[in-house]
Design a protein around this ligand. Structure first.
Ligand SMILES: [Mg+2]
Length: 181
């Protein structure tokens, strides 16, 4: 029985004034859409792992990149993976102590877009500066961000590449700005 309507799981309330970072998984950490044609062609951008019988390519540098963000943000899984994110990803990312709140979407998930996350993200982010990294940000997401009273940053990934060092730098610079404000 889950008491909180927004989260599957809430670790201890941090009480921090760090910004929130909502983290998508597919297209950010688990990559797809890359070209693997031909035996001598490009290599996948990370190792494959089977999760519930489905192969997922976990970006080779995703773990260190997520780790760099840990001290600057209160990170929250915002993904159709829901509770499976904490079940599988800390181990696959090499971050066994990673233990994040997990937004629950109650069947809203639609592959190929992200606006179905907005209602839950909006409620969770109320009163807090918030960033959101996702491969499927669309006009509805951008309108939501523009309409928020609190500082808000959207970071769009390419699903075949996932989170990059440049995006981590961008997020850290933005978090530092919020801390200084
Ligand atoms: Mg995605």
């Amino acid at each position: 029985m889950v008491a909180d309507p927004l989260c599957w799981y809430i670790p201890g309330v941090s009480g921090s004034d760090r910004p929130i970072l909502f983290v998508d998984v597919d297209g950010v950490i688990s990559l797809f859409g890359f070209d693997l044609k031909g035996a001598d062609g490009p290599q996948p951008p990370g190792p494959f792992h089977f999760i519930d019988g489905i192969p997922h390519c976990i970006g080779i540098d995703a773990g260190p990149r997520i780790e760099r963000l840990q001290d600057a943000f209160d990170m929250v899984w915002a993904t159709g993976w829901e509770e499976k994110a904490n079940e599988y990803l800390p181990h696959l990312l090499g971050l066994p102590d990673l233990d994040l709140p997990v937004l629950r979407f109650d069947g809203r998930a639609v592959f190929g877009c992200a606006h179905w996350k907005i209602d839950v993200i909006d409620q969770y982010a109320t009163g807090r500066a918030a960033a959101w990294i996702d491969d499927n940000l669309d006009d509805e997401c951008r309108a939501w961000a523009a309409g928020r009273a609190e500082p808000t940053l959207l970071v769009q990934t390419a699903p075949e590449i996932g989170i990059t060092d440049a995006q981590v730098d961008q997020l850290l610079a933005w978090a530092a700005e919020q801390a200084a404000a």
